[in-house]
Design a protein around this ligand. Structure first.
Ligand SMILES: Nc1ncnc2c1ncn2[C@@H]1O[C@H](COP(=O)(O)OP(=O)(O)O)[C@@H](O)[C@H]1O
Ligand SMILES: O=c1ccn([C@@H]2O[C@H](COP(=O)(O)OP(=O)(O)O)[C@@H](O)[C@H]2O)c(=O)[nH]1
Length: 255
């Protein structure tokens, strides 16, 4: 039983870290953020938090600004470009928080650097208390440092709050043995070891993020967020997408 008075279901995971990339939030790309996507995420997260599963989210910012693409333009150095990118993730976080709270999900945003007029600063113990109280916590501004990505922030926050898995929401069905957008014969991989990802240079997450997950035995599930129900399936531990960090193990809840 958690503080929110909900009995814990016999699901695979009790506390998860959901990584939502900016690309995923952009949906059909008619705008920077697709409200249909934020609402779909909110509804699916709501359905699992009602089961007592604790959900923390790291949002990306690539739908608005990706530092590496801008560094060097108009005298913009990489660090300044990355800070703009981190601020982009805060915009996504505030939007997602508003959508979640509009359907009754108590949500807190914690940013890696202080902007306390719009969000809480990242305070680890406070984040854990929010989760224990049944609130969704959205981590924004990545790690707060330039030269990193929000995938690394996802791995870091997952380790810090003792979440059990990083669920990486993407626009493709999982990890393929080649880029599916370039190679129609690319094969979806069921599961992978961290070493596979590193040695075969499979574009799952950046190497820093993969190494952090490997060193802390954090499994990563890469799944397609655009398919309705996949967020719930991933959070409930059902077999969806590609599992990095060892073979799927059947559970009572999943297959
Ligand atoms: N250190 C902080 N800086 C900025 N805002 C904060 C801070 N701590 C809490 N808040 C905000 O104040 C509001 C009330 O905090 P809340 O989390 O509801 O407190 P409690 O856990 O005691 O109920 C929330 O909107 C929260 O985001
Ligand atoms: O710890 C971090 C996280 C993000 N970023 C910057 O924020 C941008 C958006 O994050 P990311 O590209 O990881 O978002 P996503 O690819 O998930 O949309 C990155 O390109 C970086 O410029 C950063 O500098 N440090």
């Amino acid at each position: 039983m958690n503080d929110a008075g909900m009995s814990k279901p016999s699901c695979k995971w009790q506390r998860v870290l959901l990584k939502v990339s900016g690309e995923a939030l952009a949906g059909d790309h008619t705008q920077n953020i697709d409200p249909k996507i934020t609402m779909a995420i909110a509804r699916e997260v709501a359905s699992v938090t009602r089961l007592g599963i604790e959900v923390a989210i790291v949002v990306g910012g690539g739908n608005i600004f990706r530092g590496s693409s801008w560094a060097g333009s108009g005298g913009l150095d990489r660090s300044s470009a990355d800070y703009i990118g981190m601020l982009a993730t805060v915009m996504n976080a505030i939007f997602l928080q508003a959508t979640m709270e509009s359907i009754g999900i108590p949500t807190r945003v914690q940013t890696a650097f202080r902007m306390s007029e719009v969000a809480e600063p990242y305070i680890r113990r406070r984040a854990i208390r929010h989760l224990e109280k049944g609130r969704v916590v959205i981590f924004a501004a990545g790690t707060g440092n330039p030269f990193f990505t929000t995938d690394t922030a996802a791995a870091l926050r997952c380790a810090e709050i003792n979440a059990e898995v990083v669920l990486k929401a993407t626009n493709v069905d999982g990890v393929f043995d080649d880029d599916p957008r370039r190679n129609p014969n690319a094969r979806l991989l069921d599961s992978l070891t961290y070493q596979d990802v590193l040695s075969r240079d499979l574009s799952v997450m950046d190497m820093t993020a993969v190494t952090l997950c490997q060193e802390n035995n954090i499994p990563v599930v890469v799944f397609n967020v655009t398919k309705s129900g996949n967020i719930s399936r991933a959070i409930l531990g059902e077999r969806v997408g590609t599992l990095v960090g060892g073979p799927w193990v059947s559970t009572t809840a999943g297959t």
